[in-house]
Ligand binder design. Structure first.
Ligand SMILES: [Mn+2]
Length: 189
């Protein structure tokens, strides 16, 4: 079973994140930021990952950021040598008025291009300006190439949630396995 736990303790935060890639979408998430919990639960549910995240700390910014660092590292470690994985994954996810596109590549080349704008300063209790940073943090720590765009949408909640559902679905596809060859013409990733 592909799984990993990352524990991270700094002067700012105490974080524990576990992920089981071949899971069923069970989430046990407590970060103290309700909307962030909601996004991570959506990610786990639609990616069919079993995800545990327990995060505490001084500020919302540090807690959310360090949780995404741990999640990215847990994913990267859980993947191991990446033999047999599909490597690329994508999703176009509607949620009422909103339509989100997520495309990613786990080939080890870190890059992120996140085209998301919100109308309001707050996503409930998560600062909107953190959203792009959280996805970039995930991409750099999981060593992934991540492209996200909101193709259309009005409601901030729907836009944000569609992105995290899409991230789960795209990642689920990318980590799916067939055979045991390294998915690169170089023979290594
Ligand atoms: Mn919702």
């Amino acid at each position: 079973m592909r799984k990993e736990t990352i524990e991270r303790e700094t002067k700012e935060t105490t974080i524990k994140v576990s992920i089981i890639l071949d899971g069923e979408g069970e989430a046990d998430v407590e970060t103290g930021i309700r909307f962030f919990d909601h996004l991570l639960e959506s990610f786990a549910k639609h990616g069919k990952f079993d995800l545990m995240a327990k995060s505490k700390g001084d500020f919302e910014h540090h807690i959310a950021e360090d949780t995404m660092i741990a999640l990215g590292k847990a994913l990267e470690k859980a993947l191991g040598d990446k033999k047999g994985i599909r490597r690329m994954g994508d999703a176009i996810v509607p949620m009422d008025d909103s339509l989100a596109l997520v495309a990613l590549d786990l080939g080890g080349r870190v890059y992120s291009e996140i085209g998301v704008d919100f109308r309001k300063e707050k996503l409930i209790d998560l600062n909107s300006d953190l959203f792009v940073h959280l996805l970039e943090t995930f991409a750099s720590n999981s060593k992934c190439n991540l492209h996200v765009d909101i193709l259309r949408g009005v409601n901030d909640h729907h836009k944000a949630e569609a992105v995290f559902k899409g991230l789960g679905i795209a990642l689920s596809e990318a980590v799916s396995k067939k055979g045991d060859k390294v998915p690169s013409t170089k023979g290594v990733i």
